[in-house]
Every structure is written in structure tokens, then in C-alpha cells.
Design a protein around this ligand. Structure first.
Ligand SMILES: [Zn+2]
Length: 285
């Protein structure tokens, strides 16, 4: 988005057509005096957390923002397009996707979930036939629920699976499948609780370990408040835990991942400027 779309004050003609490089000093910092008073404060904080372009960092290249590695993938595109679509939050679809079995049965279950099984009620709706009666029992309209639950032919199978007192409490096929699955999970959980070996607690000590002789270690952190304001810090230590050099910087507004990377970046610059060439880097996450 062009800067002038965000501007809160008239933008001078000479910078309206400027590119990003025009807003960076020769030392590689943002030229805040040029645009700082035109942009809202929260946007300035976000810009502060972005490293200005640098001619020595190589050519620009395309980056796909919706996948963690910057490559385009159909999966990340689908997730981006469907993130506001709440229909996929129905647990029925997740259960179906994870179900291990023949693809044709998975497709059958998917059609059942969609209410698109080619039963007579559906065929009448599409003007393919005129009689919606069930040919198995002659006793009801053959819709998806009748075909899979209520018809006496399948009724006998369900009664083998579900106690008679509970049979019929499920109001649709999805609820019935979830009901059966939850019973199986409940039994599994009970066995897990009594398997004390699985729950055994193991205590481990984590602490700072010194680097090898002559090397330094850099430990950095990045932190974000609920407001989005981020800060980074870190310090370098030699093999004896001495020679400490540190930093603590507010970097503006960004994600926690970006803050961690900023912490590492500032730590590496600190170490390099102090003449450290043998360095081990640890981040806190
Ligand atoms: Zn029937």
C-alpha cells in the first residue's frame, strides 16, 4: 500500500513518487524526519520493526507470506482462502479426513455428511424419480437418515453397536458417529490412566552451558506484549561466563518470531563489532 494512502497530513509532491530506498539513509537507517510526521504512530512502530532495504543484501525476490518458508504451496493458499470459512470447523470433517480406510468408503461418508447420498428422497428432489419410498422396508421415506439409521435392515446392525437405551438419542448421522467415537476414546483414556508407566514424570535440569575454549556464546531473547510492542535483548559470554556484553532494545511492533530474529540479528552485530569470530548462538525459543 502506498505511504500516501496512510498519511495523516498532506504529502509533499517531491516524495509522493518516492520508492522505499529514498526513505533510507546511507548508513542503513530509516529517514524518520522525511515521513515520520505523515504516518500514524502505530504504523511507525510496525515500520520500525522492519529492517530497511540494503544494497549489499542481494537482489529482491518474491516471498509467499502465507507459508513459513516463503514458497508458494497449494496448502497454504487453501488455508488462507478458507480461514474465514467456519464450515470446516465441524469435527465431522476432521474425523473423516483422518479416517484410515478405503478411499471409496471415505467418499461415501463424505457424501453422507454433505447430505448428497443418492437415496430416493434425494432423487425425487432432483426430478430423477417420483417415488421416495424405501424399497427395503416399504415403510418410510428413503432419506439419508432412514438409509443409514432408521430402516429396519440397518437398525439391527446399530443395535449390536449401541445399547438399546441410548439408541435413537442421536439426532443425526454426524452426532451418532461422534457418539460411538467418544465411547471408544473414553475406554482408551481409562486404560491410559491406569498405565502408570506412561504418566511417569521425568525431571531434567536446564541451565547455561559454557561454550568450548576460546569461543563465546550469545544468548538472545525476543518478547512481545499483548499490545504487539516488542523488545529484544541478549548477551555474550566467554567460556568462563565472563567478558559479558549485552543489549536491550525496543524494536516497535511485530510478531514474536520476528522479535526473536531481531534479537539474534542485534546479538550478531554486537559480537562482530566486539571482534568475536568464534560464536555459538542460542535463542530462548
Ligand atoms: Zn427402509
Amino acid at each position: 500500500m502506498p505511504f500516501y494512502n496512510l498519511s495523516i497530513a498532506p504529502v509533499p509532491e517531491d516524495i509522493v513518487e518516492g520508492c522505499i530506498a529514498d526513505f533510507v539513509t546511507s548508513e542503513g537507517s530509516w529517514r524518520w524526519n522525511l515521513f515520520g510526521h505523515h504516518i500514524p504512530h502505530n504504523i511507525l512502530l510496525m515500520i520500525a520493526a522492519v529492517k530497511p532495504p540494503d544494497a549489499h543484501s542481494g537482489n529482491d525476490h518474491f516471498y509467499w507470506a502465507h507459508s513459513p518458508f516463503g514458497y508458494f504451496t497449494a496448502k497454504s493458499t487453501y488455508q488462507q482462502l478458507s480461514k474465514n470459512d467456519l464450515s470446516h470447523t465441524n469435527p465431522c470433517w476432521k474425523n473423516l479426513w483422518k479416517w484410515k480406510g478405503p478411499q471409496r468408503i471415505k467418499m461415501f461418508l463424505w457424501l453422507a455428511g454433505q447430505g448428497k447420498l443418492k437415496c430416493n428422497a434425494e432423487l425425487v428432489k432432483r426430478h430423477i424419480c417420483t417415488d421416495a419410498t424405501c424399497p427395503q422396508c416399504d415403510g418410510g421415506i428413503e432419506d439419508a437418515l432412514h438409509t443409514l439409521r432408521d430402516c429396519f435392515v440397518v437398525n439391527r446392525i446399530w443395535r449390536e453397536l449401541i445399547p438399546s437405551s441410548d439408541y435413537g438419542s442421536a439426532t443425526n448421522v454426524n452426532a451418532m458417529v461422534i457418539d460411538v467415537k467418544s465411547r471408544a476414546e473414553e475406554i482408551h483414556r481409562v486404560f491410559d490412566i491406569f498405565d502408570i508407566n506412561k504418566c511417569k514424570r521425568v525431571e531434567k535440569y536446564f541451565g547455561w552451558l559454557p561454550p568450548v575454549w576460546l569461543a563465546y556464546k550469545l544468548n538472545t531473547y525476543g518478547a512481545c506484549k499483548a499490545s504487539g510492542l516488542a523488545s529484544v535483548g541478549g548477551l555474550t559470554r566467554d567460556a568462563h561466563g565472563g567478558g559479558i556484553k549485552g543489549f536491550d532494545i525496543n524494536i516497535g511492533m511485530c510478531s514474536i518470531t520476528k522479535a526473536e530474529l531481531w534479537g539474534m540479528y542485534h546479538g550478531l552485530i554486537l559480537a562482530w563489532n566486539k571482534g568475536i569470530r568464534l560464536l555459538i548462538v542460542e535463542v530462548d525459543s
